[in-house]
Design a protein around this ligand. Structure first.
Ligand code: GTQ
Ligand code: FE2
Length: 373
């Protein structure tokens, strides 16, 4: 029963060998809904952070058509949300894409609306395709364009739609559903009116809170999430380019900007953070790893990442994940164009619980050996 690896011979690790007396003893404890710690200690106290999820790349070339097919198979009214979710092969039981994060592709056609609801889980969205999409968050109507990043924090009423004269819209939903379920804290309510009506002028959130370095002087914000509900692509890309122009950069990430709550400078929501990074033409980063899970979407360009020794080639709109403590490094395939990666993560949870740990790879000039193909 006790499991060993070579290091488990060290004093301070469990190294009890089974024998007949012990087995009888374990059976007695089992009948009492109890057990001997030394039979499980080496499993429940791993030497290093252990991820259940494996790295996965979901190719948009395969996913897009499958998501569009759902348009003809179910309505938003029947489905609640018309979403194809991304399921890590090692996390099927909890419907997670990576760690305790959920990811799905939501698809809506012009004139459709998805019914309003709210829940204990928080959501974010990254718009992949289509014009005319919008979401209403607690009465705030927000228009959505390609590569915009939008929040629907926990407990907020939300419903989405596409204007009648819009296009078919596809976006990635990122939620902390598996986390909230693991903490046994999730709940769900449908909206009493089925659909919200906007209570404020359209786009009042980005228009009030979305100007760099400026906040309304009289505003007092008490909530756990950012008052800025949408981060537009144009401003985000411009921020990356400006930082790159003055030499800003990181050997592990390229040029990376974290989406922030303008009120606090902290993460956008209590449980999930997000970033946009730019790999300059020809740039290849060095390998590092950290505690926490990351789901990436290729916002622009093409390249590859090496994750836990395996190479994943990516194109625009592909989605891939990096489980906790897996080595990761990224490379832009182009010598003339930049490549941008949107990502969201569970870092706010890791940081608040004081579980942050990270390291760079020392060997082989900071690059992984590719061990698997
Ligand atoms: O849009 O409200 O992909 O509640 C999963 C759960 C989307 C949503 C998802 C949700 C939503
Ligand atoms: Fe929802």
């Amino acid at each position: 029963m006790t499991t060993f690896d070579e290091r488990d011979t060290e004093l301070g690790r469990a190294r009890v060998r089974d024998n007949e007396d012990l087995e009888a003893y374990y059976a007695e404890l089992d009948r009492l809904d109890a057990g001997a710690l030394w039979t499980v200690a080496n499993d429940i106290e791993p030497w290093e952070p252990h991820a259940f999820a494996v790295p996965v790349l979901w190719p948009w070339a395969e996913l897009r058509g499958r998501a569009l097919r759902a348009l003809d198979l179910v309505s938003p009214e029947e489905a609640g949300r018309r979403v194809v979710y991304l399921r890590n092969p090692q996390r099927k039981d909890i419907s997670a894409a990576c760690g305790l994060l959920f990811s799905g592709i939501q698809v809506m056609r012009p004139g459709e609306r998805a019914p309003g609801h709210r829940h204990g889980a928080s959501a974010l969205r990254f718009i992949m395709e289509g014009a005319g999409g919008y979401t209403i968050v607690d009465g705030h109507h927000v228009d959505l364009g390609e590569r915009d990043f939008v929040l629907t924090p926990n407990g907020t009423w939300h419903d989405h739609g596409v204007a009648k004269d819009g296009e078919i819209c596809l976006w990635q939903d990122g939620l902390d559903i598996p986390l909230v379920n693991a903490l046994e804290a999730n709940w769900y309510e449908t909206h009493p009116d089925d659909y919200q009506t906007a209570l404020y002028p359209d786009n009042d959130s980005p228009r009030t809170f979305g100007s760099p370095g400026l906040l309304p002087a009289s505003y007092r914000w008490q909530k756990s999430y950012s008052p800025l509900l949408r981060y537009g692509w144009d401003e985000t890309y411009e921020a990356l380019q400006k930082a790159a122009s003055v030499g800003h950069g990181d050997p592990f990430e390229g040029v990376i900007m974290r989406f922030t709550n303008p009120h606090t400078g902290g993460h956008v929501m209590a449980t999930m953070g997000a970033s946009m990074q730019m790999l300059r033409p020809g740039e290849a980063t060095k390998a590092h790893r950290r505690t926490g899970n990351i789901i990436y979407q290729v916002a622009k360009g093409s390249g590859h990442s090496v994750i836990a020794g395996k190479r994943f080639d990516w194109q625009e709109k592909d989605i891939f994940c990096v489980p906790s403590w897996a080595w990761r490094e990224h490379a832009n395939a182009s010598a003339s164009e930049d490549a941008c990666l949107f990502s969201f993560n569970d870092f706010p949870v890791i940081e608040k619980l004081a579980f942050s740990r990270s390291e760079g790879l020392a060997e082989n000039d900071g690059h992984q050996y590719i061990t698997e193909n």
